[in-house]
Design a protein around this ligand. Sequence first.
Ligand code: NAP
Length: 282
Amino acid sequence: MTNKTALITGATSGFGVEIAKNLVKNGYSLFVLGRSQEKLKALQCVLNEVNPTCNIELIKCDLSSLQSVVESCEEVRSKCEQINLLVLNAGLWNFEFKTSKDQIEETLQVNLIAPTLIFKRLRSLLPTDNSSKVIFTSSGLHQGTIYYEDIEFRKRFSGFKSYRQSKLGILLITRLFALKPAYSGISFYCVHPGVVNTKLGRNAGWFANLFFKLIGKSPKKGARTHIHLIKEPTSKLSSGGYYANCRMVKTTRQSYDMEMAERLEQLIQNYIDTRSAKPESV
Ligand SMILES: NC(=O)c1ccc[n+]([C@@H]2O[C@H](COP(=O)([O-])OP(=O)(O)OC[C@H]3O[C@@H](n4cnc5c(N)ncnc54)[C@H](OP(=O)(O)O)[C@@H]3O)[C@@H](O)[C@H]2O)c1
C-alpha cells in the first residue's frame, strides 16, 4: 500500500476504469478528471467497492475546453500540495470533422493539447527526486508525420490521420519532455495498450464498434502496461520510452525526431496562449 497521490483522466470508460481500480486498490489517493458528473459519480461507487477507505476527489473537466482544463488544474492545486503520478489517458477518435469549445479540431485538442496543458499546469506539484511519473496514452497507430501545413485537417478531414497524428504527437512530447533539463527528476512514459474492447469507436458507427468488440482484448488486459509502469520503480524503466505489452519497444523514425517535437511543443503552446479565454502562458 502506498500513501501517494495520483491524477487520472479517461477513467470513466474503457480500460481507464481498470487503471483507477488498481490505483485505489494500492492505496493511492486519487483525483479523477472527467466531463460527466454522472459518470464520475458512477466511477466513485465502483472505486469505493474496491477500497472503501479510498480518498477520491472528482473534478469536472472537459478536455475540449482550455478554460475547463485550466480551472480544474487550479482546483487540484487548491486541494493538494503534491502529486506523484499523472495518468493522462483520455482520448477520442472522430470520424467527422468536429471542433472543440475553443474552435480547434477536437482530436488535436483532446488527445494532444489538453494532456500537455495538464502536465504544464501541475508540474510544480510533482516531486523532482526521480520518483514521480507522467504516463501518456499513445497508440500503435502513430505512423506518419505531423501535418504542419494543415494540422487540423481543415482542407480535407481524415479521422484516421488526425488520430494517428495526435498519437505520434503525444509520443514526441513524451520523448521531448524526458530530455528537457527543466523537467529533470520527473519521468515520462507513453503506452500502447493494444487493441482493447472499449467505446473508442463510438463516433464511427457499427463497423468500428464491431471491430473493437471482435478484435479487442478486455479492458482488464488493456490496462496491464499502464499498471506495470505505475508499479515498477523509475530506476527499472526508461524515461521517454514507449511501452507495449509491459516492455519498451522501438517506434517509427519520425517519433525520435526532436526537431519535430520542439516545433510541435511550440505550436501547442501557441494554441494555449492564443485560444484560451484568458491567455494562460505556462
Ligand atoms: N481501445 C483501443 O484499442 C485503444 C488503442 C490504442 C490507444 N487507445 C487510447 O486509450 C485511451 C483510452 O481510450 P479507451 O479505449 O478506453 O476509450 P473510451 O472507452 O472511449 O474512453 C475514453 C475516455 O476518454 C474520456 N474523454 C474523451 N473525451 C473527453 C473530453 N472531452 N473530456 C474529458 N474526458 C474525455 C472519456 O470520457 P467519457 O466517459 O465522458 O466519454 C473516457 O473516459 C485513449 O487515449 C485512446 O486513444 C485505445
